[in-house]
Structures are given as C-alpha cells and as structure tokens.
Design a protein around this ligand. Sequence first.
Ligand code: OSB
Ligand code: MG
Length: 371
Amino acid sequence: MHIKKIESIACRLPLKQPFVTSYGQLTEKAFDIIRITATDGTVGFGELVAFEQPDYIEETLFSARQVIRKQLIPLVTAANIIHPDQVSTCVSVVQGNAMAKAAIETAFWDLHAKQSGYSMAEVYPSIHNQIPVGVSVGIQPTIGHLLAQVEEYVAQGYQRIKLKIKPGSDRAPLLAIRERFPELLLMADANGAYVGQEDVLMALDTLGLAMIEQPLQVRNLTGHAALQKRMRTPLCLDEDIRCVEDIDTVAALGSCQAINLKIPRVGGITEAQKIVKACKEHGLTVWLGGMFESGVGRGMNLQFASQAGFDFPGDLSAADRYYFDDIVEQPAVIENGCLAVPRGKGFGVSLAEEKLIKYGERPFVLFEKTH
Ligand code: OSB
Ligand code: MG
C-alpha cells in the first residue's frame, strides 16, 4: 500500500440533546477523521472516536492525537504495510492507546478494500442486509421525561432500550419503563458507577433486564464474577474489555455473560475479529457498542455487526438520534427497527465534502511523501 499523504481533520457535530451518564454530560461530539491518500489516488477514512474527557476510559482525543502524530504515523509509514492486518502488529510497541491505533488501522482497511475493490462487509462476512438496532438513553431529569423519550424511540422502532444508570437513579426509572413496556428488551449501563454497592444492583434482578453493563468499576473482574454468581441477570462488560486475552480472563473467572464490543476500544478491526471468535468459543454473547460515531464509524460498525453471531441489537442508532446533520452522503436511517448495512467498497460510505468543510477544521498533514 503506497501512501502519498495522511491527514487528520478535526470535526465537531452538535448533539440534538445532552447525553448524561453516571460520569458526566456530552453536548457535542468532537472527533477526527483520518484520511489516507494512496499514490494511486484512492482515499481511505478512519475515525478517531475518543472523547475530550478521560471519563469513559483513560484515552482522550488530545492524548490520541499526540500518539498518532508522534508514534503511530512514524511506525506505519516506515513499515512496508501490504495488508491492513499488519497494522496492529506494526504499532504493538505502543502500549494501550487503542482508539488512536484504531483510527489508523481502520483507515488502512477502508483504503485497502477500496483499492482492491471489495466491501468490508465481505470480509467478516456479512450475513444480514438489515440489522435490528437499539438505542442508549442518557440519564433523564424526571421519570416523565424518560418515559416520553422511551415512548418516542419505541415508536420509531428501536428494538432494545439501554438506560444509563447511577446510584440514586436506577431502580425507579427502570421500573417505570418496565411497567409501561412489560415486554421490551431493556438493559442498563452503569459505566462502573457501583463501587461496593452490590446490594443496590441486586435490587435490579427482578426487573427482567436483558443484561447490566459494567456495573462495578473497571478492573474489578473478581467483583463482577462474585456479583454474576449472585445475580440472575446477565452481566455485560464494556470498559474492562481491551483485547482478546481479556475475553479468556473474564470467561475463566465468570465475570460476565456478554461483551459490548467497540472496535475503537480494542484497537481496530483485526483485534475485534479475534474477540468475536473468542466470544463464540467461550459461549459469551457479543454485541456492538458505540462511541457516538459519525457516518464513517457508523458505516464501519454496521458492516461489522452484520456478521454471524451478532444477534443482540447493539448501540447502533440512526444518525438523527444523535445529530442534526452528518458528514456522510447517506446518514443511517431507521426502518422497521433496522438500519441498512452499507454495501459499497470499503466501509460503504462516502464523505460529503461540503459537510466536512462545515463541521471540520483545515486538514492537519500527518505525513506527506516527498519523493
Ligand atoms: O458506555 O457504552 C457506553 C456513549 C459514550 C460513551 C460510553 C458509552 C456510550 C453509549 C452510547 O452507551 C453509544 C452510542 O449510542 O453510540
Ligand atoms: Mg457502556
């Protein structure tokens, strides 16, 4: 893969409404688009999804930018990358920084697929054209607001509701949804907020939840295992899962029954595929999570989640659930509770250049071939 230029474009998309979690609030999404131009003129895109605050995981947009500029770009441009599967090994001397790595690795996949004329949907391979989707609902000011919000999403066809919870805002809002929608596929995400409060979580065991995501703090894998032994409700891990070895660990300990897989949190597509395989071997449910992606990351996620084994509706929602506008030509729309899987080459989406200018800054040149 002969690279002519690599650029990073800092973008911001305002959110339709603030998203409140146990740890903070998001009002707009800042992200970088990585654009790799090959010497043959083909262009590949990746998305850097890290948040500005280190509150979901330790990586931030700013730390990731630094690692991309100082470490990853020198590594990938010095190596003779022939296939995108080589990128994760090439950058493995850098510890952690999975979202920085994923931004670069996924751009290499998009570029390679476009150069070779295949859609990433063929790689996994994709077995569905439409995939059932869910929506992640932030903490709402009142139960009235919450029910109105959930009713709207259910009316739009969302097949699963995930509610963000924190101590003091958990059983009552979940019970209100459960009473209004007795059959709804409902789950909760605590983002690790219940430190030493297992008994509070036990009180959620009678609500018929599909699962509870990351109830205890990150790295408390034995605590999750002890809790899972007590609870009927399946536990799901998100922040705790960074690589395929973590799947072996949580399976051995019995820390959870499900995994929220986010391609950027595990460093890219190559590692994510290993995780899917390991989950199958260990009998763990795997489903696709989200990072408020723009249309670029969303296209990639939709293709990935259309492979065999992804039966649980993920945090994949229509673009208009998050944003007034998107930076791709065909923003994802919900139809009959599903989103369509992009079928074009690479991630199957094309950037709307005028939107990139509207929501993005001037491209920052990370690498340019001089001879
Ligand atoms: O914990 O899964 C999470 C959003 C931001 C950070 C962390 C999480 C989330 C979500 C929503 O739950 C994901 C999405 O809809 O893109
Ligand atoms: Mg989560």
